[in-house]
Every structure is written in structure tokens, then in C-alpha cells.
Design a binder for this molecule. Structure first.
Ligand code: COA
Ligand code: AMP
Length: 575
């Protein structure tokens, strides 16, 4: 039995860290910097837990959180943990339909949201998206709690919507509810191989132990230091390394509402590091590619004292050696590429700065973290020799803190992760091990793509594109992009007789993906083609299409129905 919020806050208040800063909110988009000590944060969280309890939330009830990067998002997460009520945070860049799917699956008693988010200089109104999602969903929450932000206040629906400030002010602080180590702390939806996202469940006990352990052993961080994960609370990196791990370990965590560039310039990260004396920075390689693109010589670093920084951790997508070298040379600190997934909650393969750091081989996240028995298998389930690409799997049992199941979907969990190779967890990443035991992560074996460190399913995008009345069939593939790593690209065959402008149809498709999935899908390119390349049994040859788009070497598959179609695809791409 334990309580995760107790371990993240109260334990430190009771053991000498009451006056240490727990949370720094740094928001260049609202020109705000604020901080809270462990004592202050504990009191705010205990108060908001009282507000949630006042709305009827108790142990086991779900609470959905759809918020921008404001401190109230962290407060709401910890308040749920305090009550033993699993939270489900939905990333703000998802649109109403994605939100509706998650509302239906998690069936939250209460939804906590904000009137708006701020994307550089654009105000994104969240409340209309939330209202539409609740309308679309079959399930209806009892109430919502809305944080009104001055950039765009939202009209509240009487009887359903409550104002954050009113409920928080009226509430009494509440204590921590004990839960079983195996009770769920949260559900985090992530892209699966279908349009229906998978609700990854995280438990309380294993999670707290594993995350606490990683702080020193993987990240090399001591309690009291400032740790900054420049991600979003809507993603796994935000859950684990903005909120839970640093606080449980007694670190000061930074919540940054801004971008690496444009808020206001490519010096934004250096300003934050210098101003808050950040010791460890964690972000996605794409953030560094964005900075490098705008400031190749690192001139925006010069005004800032970066002497506090000891290490940079990168994850979420493959780290290209150019980005790794650029960061190493400019910053002069250890740069660690590490590989993990929403499902695992913490690193699988990483250089471990608190244990025995290994020499870096650019392009490899180095070696498995203790707790992980990683193997590389061929299609028959046999282990492959060194340097042979295969399916990367983890021998069961999985270490603590990894997913025990999918929300309300044990069968889906077995099918997705456990059945392909009995006795092993399928990561769905392909790659190889070298003669020194280093892992090299090459690609996904499913339809997941990584766009600016965000995990998306091309299958889900295809479902939206295929629903357009002018589209007879379609394929969406992930093509290489210098900044975002990958970008989705659509190929559509029009329904016979449709003679509307291709440009208009393409722009309608772009809008409908933005409306259904969200702007984060970054779906901007659609090619209208006469046919799609297929095998004789009708399977679309997406991987050959991707190779053509990326100018990778390719050969005509022996199973192709009509090789001429590949020439048509090349022509559509201007190749
Ligand atoms: N709410 C609403 N809209 C959002 C959003 C949010 N929380 N987050 C992103 N969006 C929108 C953006 O405004 C953008 O919209 P646009 O197409 O109208 O410009 C779109 O979604 C794509 O956003 P993003 O992927 O952030 O691209 P970008 O071009 O604005 O910025 C980077 C590119 C590289 C600077 C940015 O992706 C980045 O900082 N990445 C860091 C990686 C990261 O945090 N990864 C998380 C895992 S570690
Ligand atoms: P997510 O669940 O959003 O964290 O995405 C997990 C997926 O991102 C993994 O299955 C990989 O495909 C990819 N990924 C994450 N980190 C790395 C890394 N360091 N190197 C290569 N791929 C990575």
C-alpha cells in the first residue's frame, strides 16, 4: 500500500525539503516565471484534491485532464494521485474526436481543462474542443472544472462546468488515500496500429520505485538538483520526467510553456538553463534540430551562463549522429540518447550516468538498463546473430513500472505485446545488437511514425482520409524530414467520376485530419495518384513507396501486381 502523491510531496515536506523549490513554471508565451516550494505545492495539491473530492471523485474514479503546460495540469495530476483516482491526461494538440474516443474509453467522472493554450503567439481555445468532444462521446462526465486563462476566457455551461478558482478556493485540503501498489495511477493513451488508441495503464508501486531508481542510476542526478524535461505533460516523458520522477526523488522540476525556437528565439533553452540553474535537460532530438537550424553556430548561447548543465538526455525518436555531435560540441556536456516507450514508462536502453557510463557510439542508445533482458529475434522467434536486424523484444517478466495491461482491454494487451513471441514483450521496434552488446534501434515494425517526437499512427490518418467522399482508396506513409524526423504523406486514388480540383480535395483532406486528429499530426502533403502499388493479393506496398519518397535504394517487389504503378508514384513525387 502507498500513495504516489505522498511520496512526491508530503514525504519531502516532512523530511526537510519543505522550503526547497519543487516546481518552476517558466512560460515565455505569457511572460511568467513562478515557483512553488514542496510545502506550497503540497498545499495547492491537497486543496485541489479537496475540490475534486467535492465533485464526487474518490478512489478508482477516473479524471481526464486536457490542459496546456500550466502548473494547474501538474497540480491536477498529483491531486488525482492523492485521491487514488487514475488520471488520463490528453495532449492539447489532439482534436475533439481523439478526445471523445478517450472520454468514451476512460469514462471519467470529472474532466479538468483550461479555456485556452498558447502556441507561440496563437491562442488555441480548448473549451470549444472540449464541448464538441463531450457532444461526440457516448459517455458524459458528471462535471468539468475549467481554468480560465486571461488570453481567452470561456463561457461555462451552468450545472456542468465549474470554474477552477471557485472550486479550489472553496475546498478543504485533503490527505492521501492509500492504494495498493498494483492499483492504477494513470491511463495514458498512445497510438496503436488501428485508429483506436491504446490505454496504457501505470500502477503506483512499481512505478514509484522504478522512476525513483532511474533518477540517480540512469540520469546521475542527486536530490535537490534542478531537472528539466522539455516535453509536454500530455506525453509519457512529461508524466515520468516532468512530474513524477523528479518530485519523488526530491528534485526541482521545470514546467516550460514554450518552444525551443520562436519563444522568442533559439536561445530560449539556454535562457531557461541559466536562469534556473538546470543540471540535467531532457528533450527530443527534434528540438535540437530546430535550434541548430535557426542558430547553426550556437551564437544564442553566448549571453548565458550554462555552467550548471552537466548532461543532456534525448529520446522519443532516433537521435541522428549530426544532432548528437552538434549538442556535444556546443554544450560540452554528456549527451545521452536513450530508447523507451509510453508502454515502459522509463528507459529500456540507455547510457547510465549513475552506474558505469559506456563509451558513446553515435546512433546507438548503448546498452540495456538493469531490469531489462533484451533479445533480438527472427520471425520464427529464434535469436539472431550480432548485427542482424530482427524484432527487439524484452524477456518476461517486465521490470517494475511498465504496463501491467491496457485499460479495460486485457485481451488487446496480450495480442499487441505478448502473443507474437510467447515469453517476450514485443516492443514493435526493429534493430540489432552489435558485438559489444550495444543496441541499434532502426525502425518500427508497425504503422507508427514519429513526428517531432510525437507518436502517430499512419493507420489512424488513413481512416480519416478514406472517409472523404471523393477518396476511393488511400495510403499514408511516414517520409523522412530534416526537422521533424518524419512527416506523414498521403496518396489518394479518387472515386470514379470525381472531377473536382485535386488541390481542393487535398486541402479538404489536410483540414479533416487537422479537425479529427489534431494539428500535431502535421499532415500537410497529399498526392492524387491514378493507382496504388499493390501485391497480387492486394496488400499496399507502403514500404516501397516510402523508399521511393526518401530516395532510399529500392527494388521492385517480386509479389507486385503491376510494376508500372511504382513509376506513377515516382512521377507524383517528382522523381
Ligand atoms: N495545443 C494545441 N496545438 C498544438 C499543441 C498543443 N499543446 N502542440 C502542438 N500544437 C500544434 C502546433 O501549433 C502546430 O500547429 P500548426 O500546424 O498550425 O503550426 C502543430 O500542432 C504541430 O506542432 P509541433 O509538432 O510542435 O510543430 P512546430 O512546427 O510548432 O514545432 C518543434 C516544431 C520541433 C519546435 C516542436 O515540435 C518541438 O518543440 N518539439 C519538441 C519535442 C517534444 O516536445 N517531444 C515530446 C516527447 S519528448
Ligand atoms: P513513445 O511511446 O511516444 O515514447 O514512442 C516510442 C517509440 O519512439 C519507440 O518505440 C521508438 O520507435 C521511438 N523511440 C523512442 N526513443 C528512441 C530512441 N532513443 N531511438 C530510436 N527510437 C526511439
Amino acid at each position: 500500500m502507498l500513495n504516489t502523491c505522498y511520496n512526491a510531496l508530503d514525504r519531502h515536506v516532512d523530511n526537510g525539503r519543505a522550503d526547497q523549490t519543487a516546481l518552476i513554471y517558466d512560460s515565455p508565451v505569457t511572460e511568467t516565471v513562478e515557483s512553488w516550494t514542496f510545502q506550497e505545492l503540497r498545499d495547492r495539491v491537497a486543496g485541489f484534491a479537496g475540490a475534486l473530492a467535492g465533485q464526487g471523485v474518490g478512489k478508482g474514479d477516473r479524471v481526464l485532464i486536457y490542459m496546456p503546460m500550466v502548473p494547474e495540469a501538474v497540480i491536477a495530476m498529483l491531486a488525482c494521485a492523492r485521491l487514488g483516482a487514475p488520471h488520463s491526461v490528453v495532449f492539447g494538440g489532439f482534436a475533439a474526436k481523439e478526445l471523445a474516443t478517450r472520454i468514451d474509453d476512460a469514462q471519467p467522472k470529472v474532466i479538468v481543462s483550461a479555456s485556452c493554450g498558447i502556441e507561440v503567439d496563437r491562442v488555441v481555445e480548448y473549451k470549444p474542443l472540449l464541448d464538441r468532444a463531450i457532444e461526440m462521446a457516448g459517455y458524459e462526465p458528471d462535471s468539468t472544472i475549467i481554468l480560465q486563462r486571461p488570453q481567452a476566457e470561456a463561457p461555462l455551461i451552468p450545472g456542468r462546468d465549474r470554474d477552477w478558482r471557485e472550486v479550489a478556493e472553496a475546498a478543504e485540503m485533503v490527505g492521501c488515500t492509500s492504494v495498493a501498489a498494483t492499483d492504477p495511477l494513470y491511463i495514458l493513451y498512445t497510438s496503436g496500429t488501428t485508429g483506436h488508441p491504446k490505454g496504457v495503464v501505470r500502477d503506483n508501486g512499481g512505478h514509484a520505485v522504478a522512476l525513483h531508481w532511474t533518477m540517480k542510476n540512469v540520469y546521475g542526478v542527486d536530490p535537490g538538483e534542478v531537472y528539466w524535461a522539455a516535453s509536454d505533460v500530455g506525453w509519457i516523458v512529461g508524466h515520468s520526467y516532468i512530474v513524477y520522477a523528479p518530485l519523488i526523488h526530491g528534485n526541482t522540476t521545470v514546467l516550460y510553456e514554450g518552444k525551443p525556437v520562436g519563444t522568442p528565439d533559439p536561445g530560449a533553452f539556454w535562457r531557461v538553463i541559466s536562469q534556473h540553474k538546470v543540471g540535467t535537460l531532457f528533450t527530443a532530438p527534434t528540438a535540437f534540430r530546430a535550434i541548430k537550424r535557426d542558430d547553426p553556430n550556437g551564437e544564442y548561447m553566448h549571453p548565458w551562463d550554462l555552467s550548471s548543465l552537466r548532461s543532456l538526455f534525448l529520446a522519443g525518436e532516433r537521435c541522428d549522429p549530426d544532432t548528437l555531435h552538434w549538442a556535444e560540441e556546443r554544450l560540452g556536456v554528456s549527451v545521452v540518447d536513450h530508447w523507451w516507450q509510453t508502454e515502459t514508462g522509463w528507459p529500456i536502453v540507455s547510457n547510465q550516468l549513475g552506474l558505469e557510463p559506456m563509451p558513446v557510439k553515435p546512433g546507438s542508445p548503448t546498452v540495456p538498463v538493469p531490469g531489462w533482458d533484451i533479445r533480438v529475434l527472427d520471425e520464427s522467434g529464434a535469436e539472431v546473430p550480432d548485427r542482424t536486424v530482427g524484432s527487439i523484444v524484452a524477456k518476461l517478466p517486465l521490470p517494475p513500472g511498465t504496463l501491467p495491461s491496457l485499460w479495460n482491454n486485457d485481451e488487446g494487451y496480450r495480442q499487441a505485446y505478448l502473443e507474437t513471441f510467447p515469453g517476450f514483450y514485443l516492443t514493435s521496434d526493429a534493430g540489432y545488437r552489435d558485438e559489444d552488446g550495444y543496441l541499434w534501434i532502426m525502425s518500427r515494425i508497425d504503422d507508427i511514425i514519429n513526428v517531432a517526437g510525437h507518436r502517430l499512427s499512419t493507420g489512424a490518418i488513413e481512416e480519416v482520409v478514406a472517409a472523404h467522399p471523393s477518396v476511393a482508396e488511400c495510403a499514408v506513409i511516414g517520409v523522412a524530414d530534416e526537422l521533424k524526423g518524419q512527416l506523414p504523406m498521403g496518396f489518394v486514388v479518387l472515386t470514379a467520376g470525381v472531377d473536382r480540383s485535386h488541390e481542393v480535395i487535398a486541402s479538404e483532406l489536410v483540414s479533416s485530419v487537422r479537425e479529427s486528429i489534431g494539428p500535431v499530426a502535421a499532415f500537410k502533403t497529399v498526392h492524387v495518384v491514378p493507382r496504388l502499388p499493390k501485391t497480387r493479393s492486394g496488400k499496399i506496398l507502403r514500404s516501397t513507396m516510402r523508399k521511393i519518397a526518401d530516395d532510399d535504394p529500392w527494388t521492385t517487389p517480386a509479389t507486385i501486381d503491376d510494376p508500372e504503378v511504382l513509376t506513377e508514384i515516382g512521377a507524383a513525387l517528382g522523381k
